[in-house]
Design a protein around this ligand. Structure first.
Ligand SMILES: Cc1ncc(COP(=O)(O)O)c(C=O)c1O
Length: 384
């Protein structure tokens, strides 16, 4: 859900912020972390830039609730920044992971669950004829680019300006430590602007390996923008004309908008898609799915990792997909998302606050009108 302001993290109790338990344990851990962890914390879970009320260290989660290390309870509208789609410690998912743990997780070869999961992913996602697994979304997007280059023998990948595709040098949003060579094979277009994509394709000439795109524009810090189906179809055509790969980055949206690829409802099939976050309900797993035409190229590259074949996360993923289907979870997320949206809109109106509530109901993004520097978003506002 909301990526960088924490405004959608609700405090479970109705009392004012001063009712919360003092942040004694959190403060002590932050002090200790500053001595042994660069910057005290790093990456998207660094709480430093967030409002002071947002905890850095968490202790526990159950269902929709989480507790920080001081015992304060919250409703987890962030879903742990995406992965926890069925709620924390979902019984079927935990049972599957623990049963596999009881056999072995990390072994000298993958468990049979890898084949079971690959079959299930291929059955679940229309465009997929095969599956590979890794650990993080960055692994998956990077592998997609490598496969696109291996198949085409070309270098250039086009990405939307401002889109997030991971934290490797080719795509990290921070310039520190990144060389010009790391970005040399990238070109850029504007999301939902087909003319800009056409111009970027033209600029790539005969060196276009692929176009990477997210299912909707979910750049952190900006109001979200749903995809224009004509734009999605247009990217598909551009890739077909150039013999390049259309890569859908479903890392964030995967299994939140549709139980299949997020562009299935739009009617556009990518050649390759990248997945992670929700596919194992919080267990570390990523996937690359692809069409048959890309299978040989996928087999030709060398990618691997010490923990990429760990069986427990794969068992958790099989259980997650089963539970998503059994619980009709996509429809449930939509229904709850609409209720949340309507409730927040009503409370904002009652409080005289003008808000922008963008994105699909199951992945909303809330900002306050005119609040460019998030001053309002950072301030706890009691609306009841
Ligand atoms: C769209 C998208 N792609 C890729 C990534 C990178 O995933 P990871 O942080 O697991 O490497 C993210 C993470 O937020 C993402 O939202």
């Amino acid at each position: 859900m909301s990526q960088d302001t924490g405004v959608l993290t609700g405090h479970a109790q109705a009392g004012p912020p001063e009712d919360r338990r003092p942040r004694t344990a959190d403060s002590a851990l932050r002090r200790r972390a500053r001595a042994v962890i660069p910057g005290g914390m790093y990456g998207h879970q660094a709480a430093g830039p967030l409002p002071e009320q947002y905890p850095q260290f968490m202790r526990e989660g159950l269902g929709a609730r989480v507790w920080d290390v001081d015992g304060n309870e919250y409703v987890d509208l962030m879903c742990s920044y995406g992965p926890v789609v069925l709620g924390h410690r979902h019984p079927a998912v935990e049972a599957a992971a623990l049963a596999q743990d009881g056999l072995a997780d990390c072994q000298n070869g993958p468990g049979e669950v890898m084949v079971d999961l690959a079959e299930l992913m291929v059955q679940t996602v229309q465009h997929a004829d095969w599956a590979m697994f890794a650990k993080n979304g960055t692994d998956a997007t990077t592998i997609c680019c490598t496969i696109a280059r291996a198949r085409t023998g070309r270098s250039r990948i086009l990405a939307a300006t401002g889109a997030y595709h991971g934290a490797a040098p080719w795509c990290t949003p921070r310039p520190a430590g990144v060389t010009a060579a790391d970005r040399a094979n990238l070109g850029y277009y504007t999301f939902n602007d087909l003319d800009s994509a056409r111009a970027a394709v033209q600029a790539a000439g005969d060196d276009l390996a692929g176009i990477i795109v997210s299912p909707f524009r979910h750049d952190a810090g900006f109001d979200q923008e749903l995809v224009d189906p004509d734009f999605a179809r247009g990217l598909r055509e551009l890739c077909d004309q150039a013999g390049a790969a259309l890569i859908l980055d479903d890392v964030r949206c995967g299994f939140r908008l549709h139980l299949g690829s997020s562009w299935e409802p739009v009617g556009v099939s990518p050649d390759l898609s990248a997945w992670s976050k929700a596919i194992a309900n919080g267990r570390g797993l990523a996937a690359v799915l692809g069409s048959g035409a890309y299978a040989d190229a996928a087999a030709s590259i060398f990618v691997t990792g010490s923990f990429w074949f760990s069986a427990s996360a794969m068992a958790a993923s099989i259980a997650t997909i089963g539970a998503l289907r059994e619980q009709d979870a996509i429809a449930a997320m939509n229904t709850m998302g609409v209720a949340l949206r309507d409730g927040i809109a009503a409370q904002a109106a009652a409080s005289g606050l003008e808000i922008n509530y963008t994105g699909p109901p199951s992945m909303p993004y809330l900002t306050f009108a005119g609040d460019r520097d998030y001053e309002l978003g950072r301030t706890p506002i009691m609306v009841s």
